[in-house]
Design a protein around this ligand. Sequence first.
Ligand code: MG
Length: 303
Amino acid sequence: MKLATYRAHGEERIGLVMQDLVVALAPELNGLTLPPGNWSRDMLAFIQAQESGLEAAGRVQQAFERGLVKDAAVSELASVELLAPLLRPVRNIFCVGRNYREHVEEGDRVWKGAAGVSEACIFFTKATTAVNHPGKPITGYGLTRELDYECELGVVIGRGGRDIAREDALKHVFAYTIVNDVTARDLQQSHRQWFKGKSLDGFCPMGPWLVTADEFSHPLALEMRLTVNGELRQRMNTRDMIWDIPAIIESLSRGLTLLPGDIIATGTGAGCGFAFDPPRFLRPGDVVRAEIEHIGILENPVV
Ligand code: MG
């Protein structure tokens, strides 16, 4: 199931993406009797509704396939404004650093370090106000000369929990999406930590929608690529993560409760702008396109 947050006729909605259409989950539009609640307006509420949300979405899907959904609920995908699937995350977006060997190597080469692969999974966060939408601009606000990109698989937690064992971890995943972990490298360096340089407003483009976990088989082997103005910069596969998704969830949840709707960006591969010689940072006018197999395309202009 592909679940999108979008704006149509001036209203924010969530809906099911089916080919080139999106079907609103709003009961008042599709004419179906569905459980009441704001789960139909807000993806976080939908995820918090757990099984009842997914059941309702399943019923909308079946009704649509039988031609029983009212026209008012159906929009051409091309005619709606897609928004970040989770507009207001429950808290900061969790991120994994240095999770692909070639990206670890390019970092050590450029920053003259020999940190190598760390003993434990590296976590940091991005502020919720960094969330950005498909197609919307990324800007450095004149604060950075080193604006960079990182294509990453985003994991959305469905069922929360603490001390989640590796073998149970995938039961806690609700869906997958694409995250661009936009980074101001100079701020990252000058502030000597990762938060500020990765948390400016708009530094977390996300989308174009969520694809529910039942559509994926494990271990995940999804091709990911990122282009700038059509030129290939990053190409990696999720099978090359140093810490795979069960390991990330096990490590993060140790003594720390994960919540429904938490988002985890799982790290990027080689080919970041800083690693080219000379570096190739983003410039106004560029178009960044992040793509993950079975999910879709997340494209943003730079201004
Ligand atoms: Mg990253």
